[in-house]
Design a protein around this ligand. Structure first.
Ligand code: CTP
Length: 129
């Protein structure tokens, strides 16, 4: 049984998110998703997501292939999350390329290419203009 873990905000769910989750799931048998908390987003980007952490977790938990969802409350806790969830592979989008290589002593780290031309920020900008 190979456990895959991945992290993200997943605000205003779009096809880039779905493709990343589906490709991550295909690397193993079980997919665990850490959904970043409202507070963590605020501390990183100085703004809160459009959808609350409860809503984002509920949406992600209903996606085919997602076996477990938990709240990611701090970037510094990545190593503990990997151990707690008994992850075999950490999957991140290649916008994070190289940034999690220090976790390779805990599990395999794989960066998958992002789907081009779509992001939550772009959707927000487009709908506001
Ligand atoms: N992702 C992807 N392709 C995209 C957008 C996101 O593969 N076009 C992946 C990210 O690499 C990450 C996961 O989906 O592994 C969650 O990404 P998140 O940061 O929540 O979404 P973005 O749309 O990138 O949000 P933002 O614009 O706020 O950065």
């Amino acid at each position: 049984m190979k456990t895959i873990i991945t992290f993200g905000t997943y605000d205003l769910l779009h096809v880039g998110h779905i493709r990343l989750l589906s490709r991550a799931r295909a690397l193993g048998d079980r997919l665990v998703v850490g959904v970043s908390s409202d507070q963590l987003n605020f501390s990183k980007k100085n703004k809160f997501p459009e959808f609350s952490e409860e809503e984002r977790m509920e949406i992600i938990s209903m996606i085919k292939g997602v076996d477990k969802v938990f709240l990611e409350e701090s970037l510094e806790l990545k190593a503990s999350y990997l151990k707690e969830q008994e992850a075999d592979i950490l999957v991140m989008g290649d916008d994070w390329s190289g940034k999690f290589d220090h976790l390779k002593s805990i599990c395999q780290v794989v960066y998958l290419p992002r789907t081009p031309s779509i992001s939550t920020s772009a959707i927000i900008e487009k709908t506001r203009s």
